[in-house]
Every structure is written in C-alpha cells, then in structure tokens.
Design a protein around this ligand. Sequence first.
Ligand SMILES: CC1=C(CCC(=O)O)c2cc3nc(cc4[nH]c(cc5[nH]c(cc1n2)c(C)c5CCC(=O)O)c(CCC(=O)O)c4C)C(CCC(=O)O)=C3C
Ligand SMILES: [Fe+2]
Length: 387
Amino acid sequence: MTDLARPRHLLPAGASLTPPDQQPDQDPSLAVRNNGGVEPSAAPAPAGRREALLVLGFGGPEGHDDVMPFLENVTRGRGIPRERLEAVAEHYHHFGGVSPINDQNKALVAALEAELAAAGTAMPVYWGNRNWAPYVEDAWRQMAEDGVEHAYVLATSAYASFSGCRQYHEDVARARIALELDPAAPAGPTAEKLPHYFDAPGFVQANAEALATAIAALPADLRDTARLVATAHSIPDAMAAVAGPQGGAYEAELMRAAQLAVDAAAPGRPFDLVWQSRSGPPSVPWLEPDVNDHLRALAEAGEKAVVVFPVGFISDHLEVIWDLDNEAEETAGELGLAFVRAGTAGTHPAFVTTLRELLEERRAGGEPRLGTNCPASCCFVQRPARP
Ligand SMILES: CC1=C(CCC(=O)O)c2cc3nc(cc4[nH]c(cc5[nH]c(cc1n2)c(C)c5CCC(=O)O)c(CCC(=O)O)c4C)C(CCC(=O)O)=C3C
Ligand SMILES: [Fe+2]
C-alpha cells in the first residue's frame, strides 16, 4: 500500500539546492544543472531515442481524509499559519474533499495523447504531481521501468516564479535523485522542461475566446462598459522581485498574456491585473490588490459590471471555483456589480495544439527559451529548509 502522506522532498544532505551565490558555477553551461537536474540541448533529438512527455501538475486531494495531509505537503516548511490551512481545508471539504485539478490534468493528458497521435508523434504521455498522488517520483520510476530515455516536462503553469517554474524544476530534480539513490532502480530518463507558454498562440486564443464568451454573457447594456479584470495567484513580493533572470517576470508575463487576450477579444479596451488566493502570514507582503478589494474600489468608482478572467491559471481548479466563483462573486453581489467569470484554457484544442508545438520545437533543437534553460539564480527564493 502506498502511504500517500509519506514525507516528501527527499533531497539528501549535500544534494540540496544551494543558493546561487554559493554555487561554483563560473561556467555558464553548468547553470542549468544547478537549476534542477534538467538538461536542455540545442541539438535536435537523436533519432531513435525513446522519449516521453510528462505532465507535471500541482496535485490535489481525492477525498476528505486527503485534505490535511495534502495541505501539509504543499506548505511544509513554508510558515503558513494554521488558521489559513484550516480555512483552505474548508474550501476543499465544501467540494467533498476532492479537488477538480486531478480530473482536469487527466483530461489534459488524454487530449495531448490524441493530439500527438493525430500529428504522428509517437510518444507516451505520463502524469505526475508535486503534492499528491500520482507523485512525480512514481511517474519517474514508471518511465524508467518502461525504458524511457528522455522526458519532456510540461508544467501546468505558463509563467515564471518560484512556484510556477523553478519549483517544477526542483520536482524533477527530486524525482531523479530519488531514483538514483535506489540501487535496484533502472536508470531513469534525462529531462528537459518545456518553456513558459504565457504568450503561445493557442494559450492566448483559448483565453481570448473565453473572455469573449464571458463578455457576451453579460446583459447587452453592460457588455461594452464592463471592467475587464485579469487575475492570477498572488505571490510574496520577494518572490515576484526575483521571478525570471532580471526579476519581475511573473507580473510582466501575466501583463503580456492578459494584454494579448484583450487585444484579441476586446481590442482597445482597458483591463486591470489583480491578485487572488493570497496565503502566508499577514506580516509578509504579497502582491496586491486582492481581487475582492479591487471589486470594492471599482464599485466605489461607479462601475456597474465586471468580467473576471483568471489568465494566471490553466484550468478551473479549486482556487478558481472557490476564490472567484464563490468569494469574488459574492463580493460583487454585495456591491451590486454584475459579475461574469471567464473560463480557463483547460483542454481547448488550440491550447493543446500549442503545447504539442512547444514539444516539437524542443525536439527540433535550437536555443532553449526561458523556463527550459533558466540561469541558476532565476526565481531563486531563500526558503526555510524543509524538514
Ligand atoms: C504562483 C502560484 C500558482 C500558479 C502556478 C501553478 O499552477 O503552479 C499556484 C497554483 C496552485 N495553488 C494551489 C493550491 C494551493 N496553493 C497554496 C499555497 C501557495 N500557492 C502559491 C503560489 C501559487 N500557487 C504560494 C506562493 C503559496 C504559499 C506556500 C508556498 O510558499 O509554497 C496552498 C496552501 C494553502 C494556502 O495558503 O492557500 C494551496 C492549497 C493549486 C491547486 C488547487 C486545487 O487543488 O485545485 C494550484 C494549481
Ligand atoms: Fe497555490
């Protein structure tokens, strides 16, 4: 029997990810290895190599009993107050303790399998998560047993930041180390992460269509004047400051993605980018304004309607269906604001095609782009050590 709540984060002493200023990486070609056991190559994929695509997700609980162990996996060593965990646990219990994220990732896997088959790209698709079963370690072991020699890693986040990019690199590193430490295990695949896809055409198209549909769902007299409000997960200011090689990339990429969606769905209309799902102790500053505070400010300024589009996420997981469809919608109701929430990319065919194209781009070789080949200091946040 698998113990789902077993301790995660198996980095042994001496193999922990060292802060960049302490890393001996004078040679820039070493920087990528320091960023998490990922080995992008500028050369095309060698003919005959046994390759796979790994969808690397966040993970989510499958029932009431999973909720607390899952939340403990997510927040271990992160200094998240107990009251916050208990509040978030209630959100999951409200939906039977089941996050919709696992079914959404399974649907994405199925859509990618169909897309790859239709395009004649013979490659199996695996699925593993950071915080809940099926864990990335298990997927890695399965790939090793199946003889996979190289894995392309598709993280279920389109953006820079520790949580959305670097931590997925670390997940891969952890999975690889776990296998290496097991003398009985077969050698696992080498790996490379696919780049950020916030501006990939199919991701933009999926978000733009969802935004257009949401605008059209408003009563006719509100459609043209409703405020367009993009949302993304808030992160600590300190994390935002170091996102990407020059810093600030999380906000910059989100701004770009939201702009591209608005350009396609409602050209020329202004929009706001605000934040949702803030966590952490109140003493730590996170990106603001919160979407609920923003709705209050809009109502005070005389606005009558809002269209909220969560461009920061790729599927309608719990933070979307609770924090927006429940909380933000309730806030809007109290304020007398008409409220529509746009969908996320999910398994939109254009999105799935764009993901296959990113994969093909990496197979063809060429200079790796951001998210694949990150400098060692990229998105690095000094976190408390995990026990
Ligand atoms: C940037 C970002 C994304 C987007 C990129 C990506 O998608 O990867 C994201 C996605 C998600 N976040 C999720 C859930 C949670 N995030 C938490 C906590 C945190 N998120 C953070 C950031 C992000 N999170 C941060 C800085 C923390 C503080 C703890 C830490 O420093 O690491 C907590 C702990 C409780 C709380 O305090 O909220 C939970 C339960 C789910 C699954 C939802 C489902 O089950 O359907 C998803 C997809
Ligand atoms: Fe989160």
